[in-house]
Write a protein that binds this ligand. Sequence first.
Ligand code: MIC
Ligand code: SF4
Length: 640
Amino acid sequence: MGKTLAYKILESHLVDGVIAPGNEITIKIDQTLTQDSTGTMVYLQLEAMNVDKIQTELSVAYIDHNTLQTGFENADDHEFIKSVAKRHGVLFSKPGNGICHQLHLENYGIPGKTLLGSDSHTPTGGGLGMIAIGAGGLDVAVAMAKGTYSMTVPKVLNVELKGQLKPWVSAKDVILYVLKQLTVKGGVGKIIEYTGEGVKTLSVTDRATITNMGAELGATTSLFPSDENTRAYLASQGREKDYVPLSADNDAVFDDVLSVDLSSLTPLAAMPHSPDNVDTIQNIGPIKVNQVAIGSCTNSSYTDLMKVAKILQGKKVHPNISLVISPGSSRILSKLAENGALASMIDSGARIIENACGPCIGMGQSPKSGAVSLRTFNRNFKGRSGTLDADVYLVSPETAAVSAITGVLTDGASSGFPLPKIQPESFNINDNFIVYPENANKENTSVEMGPNIQPFPKNTRLSDTLTGEVVLHTGDNITTDDIMPSDSRLLPYRSNIPYLANYCFEKIDPEFAARCKAVKEGIIVGGDNYGQGSSREHAALAPLYLGIKFVLAKSFARIHRSNLINSGILPLVFEKSSDYDDFKLGQKLVIDNIREQLKNPVIVVKNVNTGKEYKVVTNFSELETEMILAGGKINQINQQ
Ligand code: MIC
Ligand code: SF4
């Protein structure tokens, strides 16, 4: 029986277990990446584990999220990460180098390798044929310390690409189409593997746009084969030596198949406030636009920005629009400056901002009240832009650039603009933004810790009885942005959980933190796909700090579920979804004899107010049960 590429790579990295959907396996991790907004926790945890030498082939610490530096906090965090990186042999990418996923693709990604990153968009590396997985910070710290990662084997969903994209339709439209078909929870428990004739019509950066937004499907990762286009991309980055051809067997057996005829696609947009709320630009119509933002780890490649520059060349940005562009990396920005494309952008009236995450995570450039903002980014959750009543639409760079000129949402194909054609480039390659750990070690390098960096909260061994009061009852698809909001005001406090916790669930229920503090032991009741979105473990650590004991939900998103378990908070799933309606704010719940009950896959939760008992499913693997009993991953590791 033929093998999928996903399982081939997992097999070549298998340390323990058997590869079959649902089994728990441990794989070797070749590379890790961290970024700064999750990275401070990763490196605090790495220090707490007292490791002498990291076990990965390559680990990189990028600074790309918190680069506004409105006070000392961000800069202190950068220095802290730099110092710990040096002590442990981790490469440090200075602020200004660019966005972690774009940089990793350019500089370090290798077909067939495994990469674990403390950011949900780590699967961008799947564009190069890697198994690249996003995880919570603690999992990444452990991967550095031990060189391994334990996971449940996902099913493999094959997206078979046929035909070729029409002019003005691009990779962003492909993934938006897949999101429309599968929804934001359609990828949970799955690896999305792309195959078919259409693959060769897509460049590596096109593929990376598609695998990047596999995160929005909830997938464990997404990947493409490695072929001649992969070789060409690696050669353009001065790394042809890293090329390895890789593909699924011709008779590979997949768990499911989705066929996509590329030639049938038209330009699409994800409408407010979810990446799967997709329709064609034609159907949405020429709505008036106030802001256009181009960049992010999804669409900030050289080709994307050259298309934008060509569309803008000799034109004027519409008077009602603020156009802001953030290139993905210093290498791309340098090339745009050298070949004059940057001048075309500036001359059209575009605002050029730092090559970093920037507006994608609400770090500046929040649009005006009630604005329509077109963004080439990957998430349009309500309030993520920093403006609660803004309507954010996710579009391709082509759609964004054309609309910036016309002032309304515009399909490039009907715009009359000449189609931008981009030639492949070679780049000015240097590593001047990289700090190497050369000769540094734990003895000769000290940790630089600013006053805003506080110890992370730790749970205690699971007690025999768990009690608490329902402190929140939420709807479906709650995002980690809902749980622990991120914007320019809060991001500087990513290393300070006691402070950050005051803003937990702020946008959904401003009283949440105060209520938790009053009741001391709290329980959250959630709907489907609870915790979708980012990998930030702050969405588990802040609730832990506020005394949350367990979360009852209809279903959980993968990374957040792991982060809860790592923190010793139990993610419990209703056996009967309709039980969800029975729970009300302020009710007291109890789980008796829980240490014993955890031996079974289904346990009983009692509602003290109504006297009714409910069955909830644990679905914990052996390792997860150990962590829960110990009160989280750190305690479980220290026990060993
Ligand atoms: C995001 O896109 O939400 C982030 C910011 O990159 C997060 C990480 C974080 O919360 O710091 C992610 O996607 O993992
Ligand atoms: Fe940065 Fe946005 Fe990508 Fe997250 S999604 S890594 S904030 S650019």
